[in-house]
Design a protein around this ligand. Sequence first.
Ligand SMILES: Cc1cc2nc3c(=O)[nH]c(=O)nc-3n(C[C@H](O)[C@H](O)[C@H](O)COP(=O)(O)OP(=O)(O)OC[C@H]3O[C@@H](n4cnc5c(N)ncnc54)[C@H](O)[C@@H]3O)c2cc1C
Length: 370
Amino acid sequence: MNRPTSAVIIGGGIIGGSIALELAKQHIRVTLLDKGEFAKEASTAAAGMIGAQVEIHQPGPFYELCKASQRLYEQWTRELHELSGVSPQYINKGIVRVALNDEDEAELKSRLPWIDGKWITAAQAKSLEPGITGQVRGGVHFAQDHQIHPLHLARALRGALSRLGVSIREWTPALRLIVDNGRVTGVRTTDGDLYADEVVLAAGAWSPALLEPLPVHLPVFPVRGQCISVRMQAPAISATVFTKGCYIVPKLDGTLTIGATQEEAGFVKKPTVAVISELHAKACQLVPALSEAEFVATWTGLRPGTPDGLPYMGRLAEAPGLTIATGHFRNGILLAPVTGLLMQELVTGQTPSLDLAPYAPSRASGVSVN
Ligand SMILES: Cc1cc2nc3c(=O)[nH]c(=O)nc-3n(C[C@H](O)[C@H](O)[C@H](O)COP(=O)(O)OP(=O)(O)OC[C@H]3O[C@@H](n4cnc5c(N)ncnc54)[C@H](O)[C@@H]3O)c2cc1C
């Protein structure tokens, strides 16, 4: 394979943006398309946790992938800051994951043999975070699970891409892939046809429709998450506090992000009062002082879900010229640096530094390549 000199990336979220960054650093001419504004979908609806420990429920390659990305994160955000002048607001305070009932305690303790964290008693959890409820049964302090502010990360990434000469074309939907003699050679957009040596599909929950000219179906689907932002006069917690079904993430501007639901409701992004009030009730159960919090905002985002919960990253032998990076579900913020790096290695013809076999697009049960 010849080393590509140009690439078109479909999808200006954190995944498309992180790939654009790595390709531009390799002096590849990159055009990044988005149907709307840069990073205005799932990537800025996120809470911003870099939660390799808290999010993963079993050891294995995916846990290793998450930890690899977590290790890259601080340096990655520093690089974005240097290139853009915008701080992604990296906070290294860790996550206190607590159990409030028997079942959750048992599930959390079952992870102890392989996670990077030790069990802490209820008293220890309370001394770390006095604002949490007296009902807590104990938990785990995941010291390595840091966080960023997604809105600031998106601004920093955008600034860095512009600095590196990436052409960011907003409000330019990709309509379909251009396929010539079996090879993907470009993208038809509302603003004309664009040709490039490589096309990268990173359109999050919207990715499947763009594969239509190929005999391929990727079962990526939208999973809605609703969040609330609140403010308190005195900060109730200093680190992220997380329990089953609810987390509270304190931001540098004094707000607290409460998240998040997990609903399969198609592409509908409207927040719903019943769900938001239930989420607030859960948060108050975890940190009672939140019942007095000032309401700031609510929002929703569509995570790109997959049937097995793993992303699709790689190529299909039958669709040369195309690289797929989608389906990062609950962990796209965490996985952005490693995804950018691995996809750059793939596109430039190197052997990826981590095994991509578990994420092969061809594993999708719905994939049929004739
Ligand atoms: C409420 C919530 C909380 C979350 N919290 C966290 C967290 O704490 N930590 C974490 O790691 N992850 C979190 N996530 C998950 C994370 O946000 C996603 O995994 C990640 O944003 C996926 O990034 P993406 O770039 O693939 O998708 P997106 O951000 O959705 O980007 C895809 C882009 O493609 C564009 N696009 C679509 N179709 C086209 C087209 N035809 N032409 C051109 N452009 C197109 C869209 O406009 C969009 O901008 C959360 C998600 C939600 C919803």
